[in-house]
Design a protein around this ligand. Structure first.
Ligand code: ATP
Ligand code: MG
Length: 336
């Protein structure tokens, strides 16, 4: 810190220009408390113009920031403050009787920290419920003499174990999608055959409610994408279309071309989604009606995985829905 590097005047001017490019704030205050320098970022953030030469009390109207700078510390300071709903890390260094103030917007980091906290607490909650039920079931099973009664409790236990298994599998899919090593490997896929294969694993769901499934994709219609991932995506959409359907309802899958995209549509005649819930359904763990969703065994991760996979293909997902009538999800994949 003590050795001072020499800098040529012309370079110093370039250096000042560089400071204006920074997405961080820098303020220098002289010993007589006038502002010596503030970069562009600070001017925009604090809504000030040419503050140089003015007393800092006349320039810095934000109370938090003012009090940090005004305080006579004998050492360097670090504090977190709020400016315009954003969180900033403020560092004040004392060098040669001047104060150097450095401001960094740490809002994105805070948002990330909160999301991580919410995620862990959601996962714990989703595991806690089935484990509590399992514990009860096993205790009852232990005391149960009757074979028929035993069977009932064993099937209850199996249901909860399946629920936890689904959750863990979904979490692994998300972890894999978010890992840096994960790559999208695109090939041409015949959509009609692809849908038939996917439906094979889901057909048992349609029987419970007598839902009719129609694969309306044209024979030679091709999509271009990662087969494994798109299979997860379509499985989630078709599963939802069946799960949230009505007795004797219908599910239809179509493929068509739009300007720059190949589009896959999964349409159902189910219960529909309330308007105010539409912007939220792609969020992790969001379920429209938690009690209803628990009955059908969902954790609310499905659509967040769908969105993630579509975006990894540089595509998108859209939804249209009428409450009580049905929903239509469209997946847009860029044409090859
Ligand atoms: N086709 C649909 N019709 C009506 N509601 C739907 C449909 N698809 C999704 N939803 C609503 O959106 C919510 C979020 O869907 P998502 O697939 O993410 O979660 P889930 O089905 O509850 O659980 P998971 O898919 O993780 O097992 C669902 O709980 C449901 O309320
Ligand atoms: Mg789902």
């Amino acid at each position: 810190m003590e050795t001072v590097k020499k800098i040529k005047l012309s370079d110093f001017e370039t250096f000042l220009k560089f400071l204006d490019y920074l997405k961080e704030g820098i303020i220098v205050i002289d010993e007589d408390k006038t502002v010596n320098y503030a970069n562009k970022y600070v001017e925009n953030l604090l809504n000030i113009k040419e503050p140089e030469g003015k007393h800092f009390a006349d320039v810095i109207k934000n109370n938090y920031l003012y009090s940090i700078i005004a305080h006579e510390y004998d050492k360097d300071v670090q504090e977190e403050i709020i400016i315009d709903d954003k969180k900033f890390l403020v560092k004040v260094y004392h060098i040669d009787n001047k104060k150097f103030v450095h401001l960094t917007d740490i809002t994105p980091f805070e948002v990330y920290k909160q999301a991580k906290k919410d995620f862990v607490s959601n996962v714990s909650h989703e595991l806690k419920t089935p484990i509590a039920v399992l514990k009860g079931v096993i205790e009852t099973l232990e005391a149960e003499e009757n074979d028929k009664g035993k069977k009932k409790f064993i099937s209850m236990a199996q249901k909860r174990i399946n629920q936890m298994n689904t959750l863990i599998n979904d979490l692994l899919i998300i972890a894999r999608l978010e890992s840096k090593e994960d790559k999208i490997i695109k090939t041409n896929i015949n959509l009609k055959r692809f849908i038939d294969q996917i439906y094979e694993d889901l057909s048992h769901l349609t029987q419970e409610k007598n839902v009719k499934f129609y694969n309306k994709v044209n024979e030679n219609f091709k999509i271009y994408g990662d087969e494994k991932k798109l299979s997860i995506l379509l499985k989630n959409l078709i599963e939802n279309a069946i799960k949230y359907n009505k007795e004797n309802g219908k599910v239809e899958v179509k493929g068509f071309l739009d300007k720059d995209y190949t589009v896959i549509e999964v349409k159902d005649t189910g219960i529909g989604i309330p308007k105010e819930a539409l912007p939220l359904i792609f969020e992790r763990f969001y379920r429209v009606d938690k009690s209803r969703s628990r009955n059908v065994g969902g954790t609310g991760l499905g659509l967040s995985i769908v969105k993630h996979i579509a975006e990894a293909h540089k595509g998108k997902v859209s939804v249209e829905s009428t409450l009580g009538k049905g929903s239509s999800f469209k997946v847009y994949l860029p044409k090859p």
